[in-house]
Write a protein that binds this ligand. Structure first.
Ligand SMILES: Nc1ncnc2c1ncn2[C@@H]1O[C@H](COP(=O)(O)OP(=O)(O)OP(=O)(O)O)[C@@H](O)[C@H]1O
Length: 467
C-alpha cells in the first residue's frame, strides 16, 4: 500500500513538474496565447498579455469571453468568431495601450469532432502598422506634389524616374548635351551613371557616331594604355604585326566614356590629360601625334578630392575633366523611384521570362524600406531573381527571406556543414567574391583586397558567372 502511494506520489510530482514546465514555455512566448473552452471560459492566458493589454493574466482568467467583450476589455473578439464558425479566423485588434495585434484563433476538436478548445495567438504588429502609416503619409505627400514620370529609351534600354532630384540632373544633362564640354558624373555604384552618359550622347549632335565606353578598372593595368591608345607595329612582343587602333581612335567624332576614372593608373593620367587638353595622342611605340575629335564623359563612385590629397589622382586632370559635374543621388534618397522601378522591372522580367508575378502590399513596403546599397542594379537583380525563382503568382513577405538572404549573400553555415569540402570551398569563394565585387567593383581592386592576382579574380568571376 505504501509502495503504491509512493509511486502515485512520484507520478503526480512528475506531472506537476511537466505542467509547470509547459506553463513556463507558454509564458516565455513573445506572442500572447489565449485559450478558452468551447463555451468561451478562459482557461489560460500567457504573461505577454501584459505587454499588449496592460493587464495581468489574472484579469482574464476564469472569466467568460462574452463578459470580457461586454466590459470592453476585448474588442472584435476572434475567439467568438471561431466559436461560432468552428474555423480559423484572423483579425487585427487595437488595444487601449495603443498596440495593434494580429490575433488568430484556431479551433481544437475532441475525439467525437466536437469543439473542445479555442487557442488564440496574438502577435504585436504595431511597428508594421506604424511603418505602413508613415509610408502611406509620405506617399500621399509625394503624390500631392508628384512629378510626372520621365521615360527615355536609349538603345533598347529604358531610363525611368519620377524623383525631383534625378529629374533636375537629367534636365541639366540635356541642356549641356549639344555642347562639347567635358562632363563628370558622380554617384554611387549602380545609380545609372552609364545610362546617363548614353543619354548625353544620344541627345548630342554626335548621336550617330560611336559611343565608346571604357571601364578603366576592368582592363588589366599593363594592357590599359594599348587598349586605349592602340599600338604601332612591333611595339612589344606578342603585339599584332600590323599594329592596332585603340578605343580613343574608335570614338573619333563620337563620345568617349571613361567609367571608373579613379582607377586610371597615375602613370597614364598624363597621357589622358594631354588627350583632354589637346585632343591628341600617340600610339604605344609611336612617334606621330594623332588628332581626334571626341567628347569626353568621365564617371566615378570615388572621392577624387581625397585621392588628389593622397596624390593618387592628378589635380590638373580632375579640373580638366570636371567642366560640368552631374550628380546622381543614391536610390535610398529617391524613394518614389524605388516603387516606380520595382513595378517597371517586374513588368520587364515577367515579359522577358513569360511569367506572371505580383508583389503584395507588404512586400512592396519592405522593398521600399531597404537601403539598396547597390542601388538600381541591385534592385533590378533582386526583382529578376524573384521572377525567375518564384513558383507563386503573388509574392508575400514570407516568400522573401530566402531571396533577400541570397541577395545579401548571407552565409549559411548549416548548409556548409552538409557539403563536400570542394563544394564548401566553392560556395565560400563565391560568397567572398560576390561581397568583394559589391565593395570594390573593379577586378584590380578586388585582387588587391583579396591578395591574389587580377587574372585569378577574372577567371573565378567567370567560373561563378559573377560578371
Ligand atoms: N533610372 C533608371 N531606369 C531604369 N534602369 C536604370 C535606371 N538607372 C539605372 N538603371 C539600370 O541599372 C543598372 C545599373 O546602371 P549603370 O550601369 O548605368 O550604373 P552605374 O552608376 O554606371 O554603375 P557603376 O558605377 O557600377 O558602373 C543598369 O542595368 C541600368 O540599365
Amino acid at each position: 500500500m505504501l509502495g503504491i502511494n509512493q509511486s502515485l506520489h512520484e507520478q503526480l510530482e512528475i506531472a506537476l513538474q511537466k505542467n509547470k514546465e509547459f506553463t513556463q514555455i507558454l509564458n516565455s512566448s513573445y506572442d500572447e496565447i489565449f485559450v478558452t473552452d468551447a463555451k468561451g471560459n478562459v482557461l489560460f492566458v500567457s504573461e505577454s498579455c501584459k505587454h499588449f493589454t496592460g493587464l495581468p493574466p489574472e484579469a482574464f482568467m476564469n472569466k467568460n469571453i462574452r463578459e470580457l467583450v461586454a466590459k470592453g476589455i476585448i474588442t472584435n473578439s476572434v475567439t467568438l468568431k471561431t466559436m461560432a464558425t468552428h474555423t480559423i479566423h484572423s483579425v487585427e485588434q487595437e488595444y487601449p495601450s495603443g498596440k495593434t495585434v494580429l490575433a488568430t484563433a484556431k479551433p481544437v476538436f475532441d475525439k467525437e469532432g466536437k469543439l473542445y478548445r479555442v487557442v488564440c495567438n496574438s502577435r504585436d504588429i504595431s511597428e508594421l502598422v506604424e511603418m505602413k502609416r508613415r509610408l502611406t503619409n509620405s506617399q500621399s505627400a509625394q503624390q500631392d506634389h508628384s512629378e510626372p514620370i520621365i521615360q527615355k529609351t536609349i538603345g533598347g534600354q529604358k531610363f525611368i524616374t519620377q524623383s525631383q532630384n534625378m529629374i533636375s540632373t537629367l534636365q541639366l544633362a540635356e541642356r549641356i548635351s549639344p555642347t562639347d564640354s567635358s562632363i563628370f558624373i558622380h554617384g554611387e555604384s549602380g545609380v545609372g551613371k552609364g545610362v546617363l552618359a548614353k543619354i548625353v550622347h544620344e541627345s548630342s549632335p554626335r548621336r550617330n557616331k560611336p559611343f565608346v565606353q571604357v571601364n578603366c578598372g576592368a582592363i588589366p593595368e599593363n594592357l590599359l594604355e594599348s587598349e586605349l591608345f592602340g599600338y604601332e607595329a612591333g611595339a612589344f612582343t606578342g603585339a599584332n604585326r600590323r599594329g592596332k587602333s585603340g578605343l580613343v581612335e574608335m570614338a573619333n567624332e563620337g563620345t568617349l566614356f571613361l567609367d571608373e576614372i579613379g582607377e586610371m593608373p597615375l602613370g597614364l593620367q598624363v597621357k589622358i590629360l594631354h588627350l583632354v587638353q589637346d585632343k591628341a595622342f600617340k600610339k604605344v611605340g609611336g612617334t606621330v601625334e594623332k588628332q581626334v575629335d571626341i567628347r569626353i564623359i568621365s564617371a566615378t563612385n570615388k572621392n577624387l578630392m581625397q585621392m588628389i590629397e593622397e596624390k593618387t589622382f592628378r589635380q590638373d586632370l580632375y579640373y580638366r575633366l570636371h567642366v560640368v559635374p552631374l550628380y546622381i543621388p543614391p536610390l535610398r534618397e529617391r524613394k518614389q523611384d524605388i516603387s516606380l522601378l520595382t513595378d517597371y522591372f517586374l513588368e520587364k522580367f515577367c515579359s522577358k521570362y513569360s511569367r506572371s508575378v505580383e508583389l503584395n502590399e507588404d512586400t512592396k513596403l519592405l522593398i521600399q524600406l531597404q537601403e539598396w546599397k547597390g542601388n538600381v542594379r541591385e534592385l533590378e537583380n533582386f526583382i529578376e531573381q524573384i521572377v525567375v525563382t518564384t513558383q507563386k503568382p503573388m509574392i508575400s513577405m514570407e516568400d522573401l527571406p530566402l531571396a533577400m538572404k541570397q541577395m545579401i549573400h548571407n552565409e549559411n553555415h548549416l548548409t556548409l556543414q552538409q557539403m563536400t569540402l570542394k563544394k564548401a570551398v566553392e560556395e565560400t569563394e563565391k560568397q567572398v567574391l560576390s561581397h568583394a565585387l559589391k565593395q570594390h567593383k573593379t577586378t584590380r581592386k578586388i585582387a588587391k583586397a583579396l591578395g591574389v592576382n587580377q587574372t585569378t579574380i577574372m577567371r573565378k568571376l567567370r567560373k561563378y558567372k559573377l560578371t
